[in-house]
Design a protein around this ligand. Structure first.
Ligand SMILES: [Fe+2]
Ligand SMILES: [Fe+2]
Length: 249
């Protein structure tokens, strides 16, 4: 069904139960990533090399809290208890990797890997919601995506600059898998019934596998310029959707 024939939903009372359940699921995932990203940016502050970088990270951390609030307000409208929600979740970086070892960012290389991979993946994922049929979520994400693009540009600039040093570049290559996998998790598994439902009702325009593949196509040329490569499929302990091209060609 094309988007043109899909019904826009502007009010909670216009939703079916299934639609409401899916919207809450999508917003739950987004909101937890937004608040965790703000916590990670707060941790990165101590490693930022210049005053300008520290100020920029502070701004990013504040923007992420406001992204959280924009989505949390929509969740509250649908009956979610946000205070309880905030208490019951994976903090900071562990939200992305499900590994308590990633609750802390340890240095500027890791900060840059997080910023480069996670904010760009967020831009791709949230751009889907901008085109989606839940109008309040689409509207909230229009301004969120504009700010995410600013975050991803900073991550890219830092990555390219730092990788000019071959020794630092080797560290980036050795350590990039953690945050690459964290970013891949944002898209979710491909071809699931949930994906099919989102496509049917227009909450997304593409399956998770296609979104991840588009993100990879955007990441690849930047890694090439930095002298880095994507992880190989056999190095990864996650299911990589078949549409995804991990080659550097
Ligand atoms: Fe965000
Ligand atoms: Fe961001």
């Amino acid at each position: 069904m094309s988007q043109a024939t899909q019904k826009m939903i502007t009010k909670p009372r216009e939703m079916t139960d299934a639609y409401r359940k899916m919207v809450i699921t999508l917003m739950d995932r987004q909101a937890s990533r937004e608040i965790s990203t703000s916590e990670v940016f707060g941790q990165c502050l101590q490693f930022a090399p210049t005053v300008e970088d520290k100020l920029r990270l502070l701004r990013f951390a504040g923007e992420e809290v406001r992204h959280f609030k924009a989505i949390a307000d929509l969740m509250a409208e649908l009956g979610v208890d946000i205070d309880a929600y905030l208490k019951n979740r994976l903090p900071a970086g562990s939200r992305f990797t499900h590994d308590p070892a990633n609750e802390q960012i340890h240095d500027w290389i890791e900060a840059t890997l997080f910023n480069f991979f996670i904010d760009r993946a967020a831009t791709f994922q949230l751009s889907e919601y901008v085109k989606g049929t839940y109008e309040p979520l689409a509207r909230a994400n229009r301004s969120i995506v504009a700010e995410e693009e600013g975050h991803q540009n900073f991550g890219e600039a830092c990555l390219l600059e730092l990788c000019k040093d071959p020794a630092v570049r080797a560290q980036f290559q050795a350590r990039l898998k953690t945050w690459f996998v964290g970013a891949m998790r944002i898209f979710g598994r491909a071809g699931t019934p949930g994906n099919r439902y989102c496509l049917e009702v227009g909450l997304k325009t593409r399956d998770s596998g296609e979104i991840a593949a588009a993100w990879l196509d955007d990441v690849r040329p930047v890694l090439k310029r930095a002298g880095l490569r994507l992880p190989r499929r056999e190095e990864l302990d996650i299911d990589v959707p078949p549409q995804c091209n991990l080659s550097m060609g």
